[in-house]
Design a protein around this ligand. Structure first.
Ligand SMILES: [Zn+2]
Ligand SMILES: [Zn+2]
Length: 202
């Protein structure tokens, strides 16, 4: 226990100077457990671009050598503050994920790598490591960034903003109805069909 604590404080010191980094060849065979959260704060600065000023996250990470690789296995619980791509409102989106990132130094080590699939749930990445430094902060950053949707939506049914007056249509209605409806009509793949049907009826 004492030893784990020492490794922790050693890593913390490293973290303050060069980010959270471990050397590939120096990961002890017993592995290292690392737990971070917004309260302990080691990664807050690094995650600022994803989580903003009020981060809310918890990670449990285990780093251990595996055959000729180093495996970073972790769990992330996190709250993302996303901006809806339709109505521009900020909304919270919580997620929890498991991941494994296995770092390797040579193609040979890949060939020797037998998958240990017993506790492999969540995402799995193989990453070629140039140099000798594994940046744990970067791994966490990448895993969180992967959870940001390309087009965030506060809800599937979000009505978005009025194209004319900019009002949030989830919250209130406006008077610029007709133009807006025309626009919706043009967008709909059925609008042409609707037009054809009308012609037929006439
Ligand atoms: Zn929205
Ligand atoms: Zn309007």
């Amino acid at each position: 226990m004492q030893e784990v604590f020492n490794i922790h404080s050693k890593i913390k010191n490293l973290a303050q100077t060069k980010g959270l980094q471990l050397k590939f060849h120096e990961v002890p065979s017993a592995g290292i457990d690392l737990n971070f959260s917004h309260t302990t704060g080691e990664l807050n600065g690094l995650l600022l671009d994803i989580l903003g000023d009020f981060p809310n996250y918890e990670t449990k990470i285990r780093v251990e050598p595996l055959e000729q690789m180093v495996q970073v296995k972790g769990q992330i619980k996190c709250e993302l503050n996303l901006t809806c791509s339709r109505c521009a409102e900020v909304y919270a989106n919580s997620f929890s994920k498991n991941f494994v990132t296995a770092f390797y130094k040579s193609e040979q080590s890949l060939k020797n790598f037998g998958m240990h699939s017993d506790d492999l749930t969540g995402s799995f990445d193989l990453e070629f490591l140039e140099g000798d430094i594994i940046d744990i902060g970067e791994v966490v950053h990448e895993q969180m960034a992967l959870e940001i949707p390309y087009q965030p939506l506060c809800s599937e049914e979000c009505l978005g903003l009025c194209f004319q007056c900019g009002i949030n249509k989830n919250k209130s209605r406006c008077q610029c109805k007709s133009e807006d409806n025309n626009f919706e009509d043009e967008k709909s793949p059925f609008s042409k069909l609707k037009g054809l049907m009308k012609q037929k009826e006439n």
